[in-house]
Design a protein. Structure first.
Length: 98
């Protein structure tokens, strides 16, 4: 089963679509690198780290998409616990897959 890294909700095609797919893959790699340094994390904690430390400043929804993708390819897993995120709503806590 092929894992989708970019959700083409606007029916893009050609080079523009390919660029966005590559951008999503880079975000996945960036999120995974940060996850490796944090060990236990949420989408908000990774997003905050990116805003403070990196030149890449994606929207929080892109970080959530990346975590979803990384979970599907068995790189991260939900711990079953939740904590309040930056919008005072509970969000999943993740950790790396061993």
């Amino acid at each position: 089963m092929k894992t989708i890294t970019y959700h083409n909700s606007t029916d893009l095609q050609g080079e523009q679509l390919n660029l966005l797919i590559e951008s999503a893959k880079k975000q996945n790699e960036e999120v995974l690198d940060i996850a490796k340094s944090l060990k236990v994390f949420t989408a908000s904690s990774i997003h905050e780290y990116m805003l403070l430390k990196n030149s890449i400043k994606p929207p929080l929804t892109s970080v959530r998409r990346a975590l979803n993708t990384l979970e599907k390819v068995h790189k991260v897993i939900k711990t079953g616990q939740k904590r309040k995120g930056i919008y005072s709503r509970e969000e999943n806590i993740y950790t790396l897959v061993n």
